[in-house]
Write a protein that binds this ligand. Structure first.
Ligand code: UD1
Ligand code: MG
Length: 454
């Protein structure tokens, strides 16, 4: 039997006023990417065609969709008249046909690909409508699932529900599947004769029943998966649930974390086995850490690659483009940006290394700064293998320190240093014997003079 085709319509036209933020709700991030990116990734993993419905003037949302899922079609819902009205904004995609149609919400980011797939099974078995149900601790605000045995009879929105219906604990999680054969007919029949005068997608259930078609509800395996985001507090709550998932996966993969609840991971953080993450480490997107590396407390990493056996932190900052090869040491208060630190090199204290290469086994002394920016352009610093950079040196880029060369402590290096050479670029020291004793005498005499300042 050929695989059934699927169209998933992601609704993202909500105004998100309760976020009290200038940014559109679905562009708020958890674990390093926007809410809508999580939903699109889950849908992409199922291989479904994708249509996204955005609100009028939501250019930032459209741009995000175009970059995250270039294959998705974007439709604008000009007026916000309910979930069924929103789905019908994607009419052109529906008219092209699909065996299964799924509707997902862009503000419900923890949905898993398996759950989306699971909703399609009843459709394959002949149901016209398939709904994901769950039992929230507090059902207020959710549509109630009115059932008759295994069959779903209706979904009653809170505002339209009778007291008996409100007592039902089984609720609509918001994810719905429609058989492609009936989707448009059912959607077109939905009216707005209800308390909110909106076109409710949920009315598809009762309409299917009255056309002698079947509707079923499947209980979600994990209630946290259907948590929606309407407020900043819910954004934080959903973010925390996702952090728990990511930490559990890291621990399962052989990563040691003494205080996992203090470690913040990004959706794509890749940690190999035998990695140790100390407390209070924050990962932005794009970080890979290889086997046996140790990330010490209070470090912040983003867009960085950490090689096997490397030691990072405490209090280190790895910014995008930082690449640490095997056994590199990056210590406290060191910031690395767009630089490769080759195998065995060390930069242990108080340094900024930007737009640079640090050769294998080089030693970069405390307080070394690569002066990569001249106010207009960025320039590169190249430090050769085995070089030794004395503490508190400024390397003014573009500049090249040859293999095995030395830079004297406190130097401001503006010219290239040849391999195995020495550069000293600082004030020359002078020593005056007995000077301090003579000075103290002169100063004390001046202080004793009548009329001298106290
Ligand atoms: C909806 C369901 C309810 C379910 C709940 C789960 C309906 C009628 N009700 O209620 O049964 O328990 O979700 O969270 O479907 N949207 C648009 N355009 C619109 C209206 C909504 O794009 O005109 C989008 C919103 O951005 C949101 C989603 O659809 O992502 C759901 O809309 P919302 O208003 O939150 O519906 P609820 O009242 O929560
Ligand atoms: Mg809602």
């Amino acid at each position: 039997m050929p695989a059934r085709s699927c169209l998933t319509i992601v609704l993202a036209a909500g105004e998100g006023t309760r976020m009290r933020a200038s940014r559109p709700k679905v562009l708020h991030a958890i674990a390093g990417r926007p809410l809508i990116a999580h939903v699109l990734a889950a849908v992409q993993a199922t291989g479904s065609r994708i249509a996204v419905v955005v609100g009028p003037g939501a250019d930032a949302v459209t741009a995000a969709v175009k970059s995250l899922a270039p294959e998705a079609e974007v439709f604008v819902q000009a007026e916000r008249r309910g979930t069924a009205h929103a789905v019908l904004a994607a009419r052109a995609a529906l008219e092209r046909g699909a065996d299964d149609v799924l509707v997902a919400f862009a503000d419900t980011p923890l949905i898993r690909p398996e759950t989306l797939e699971g909703l399609r099974a009843p459709l394959a078995a002949g149901a016209a409508v398939s709904v994901l149900g769950f039992r929230p601790k507090n059902p207020t605000g959710y549509g109630r699932l009115v059932t008759d045995g295994d069959d779903l009879v209706a979904i009653r929105e809170e505002k339209d529900a009778s007291p008996a219906e409100r007592a039902i604990g089984f609720c609509n999680a918001g994810l719905m599947g429609l058989s492609g054969d009936h989707a448009l007919t059912l959607l077109d029949r939905i009216g707005d004769d209800n308390a909110k005068r909106e076109f409710y997608l949920t009315d598809a259930v009762a309409l299917a029943r009255s056309a002698s078609l079947r509707a079923v509800a499947t209980a979600a395996d994990d209630d946290s998966e259907v948590l929606g985001v309407n407020t900043q507090a819910q954004l934080a709550e959903v973010g925390a649930v996702l952090q728990q998932r990511l930490r559990a996966a890291a621990l399962d993969g052989g990563v040691s974390m003494a205080a996992p609840e203090t470690v913040h991971l990004a959706y794509d953080t890749t940690l190999a086995r035998d990695v140790v993450i100390e407390p209070y480490v924050v990962f932005g997107p794009g970080v890979t850490v290889a086997e046996g590396a140790v990330i010490k407390a209070f470090s912040h990493l983003e867009g960085a690659t950490v090689g096997p056996g490397a030691l990072v932190g405490p209090y280190a900052r790895l910014r995008p483009g930082a690449v640490l090869e095997n056994d590199v040491h990056v210590g406290n208060f060191v910031e690395i940006k767009a630089s490769t630190i080759e195998a065995g090199a060390k930069t242990n204290h108080l340094s900024y290394i930007g737009d640079a290469r640090v050769g294998a086994k080089a030693n970069v002394g405390a307080g070394t700064i690569t002066c990569n920016y001249d106010g207009v352009l960025k320039h590169r610093t190249d430090i050769g293998a085995g070089a030794f950079i004395g503490s508190n040196s400024s390397l003014v880029a573009p500049v090249k320190i040859g293999d095995g060369a030395y830079v004297g402590s406190g130097s401001v290096v503006t010219k290239d240093v040849p391999p195995d050479g020495l550069a000293v670029a600082r004030g020359r020291q002078i020593v005056k014997e007995g000077w301090a004793a003579r000075w103290r005498k002169i100063a004390a005499a001046a202080k004793k003079k009548p009329g001298s300042p106290p």
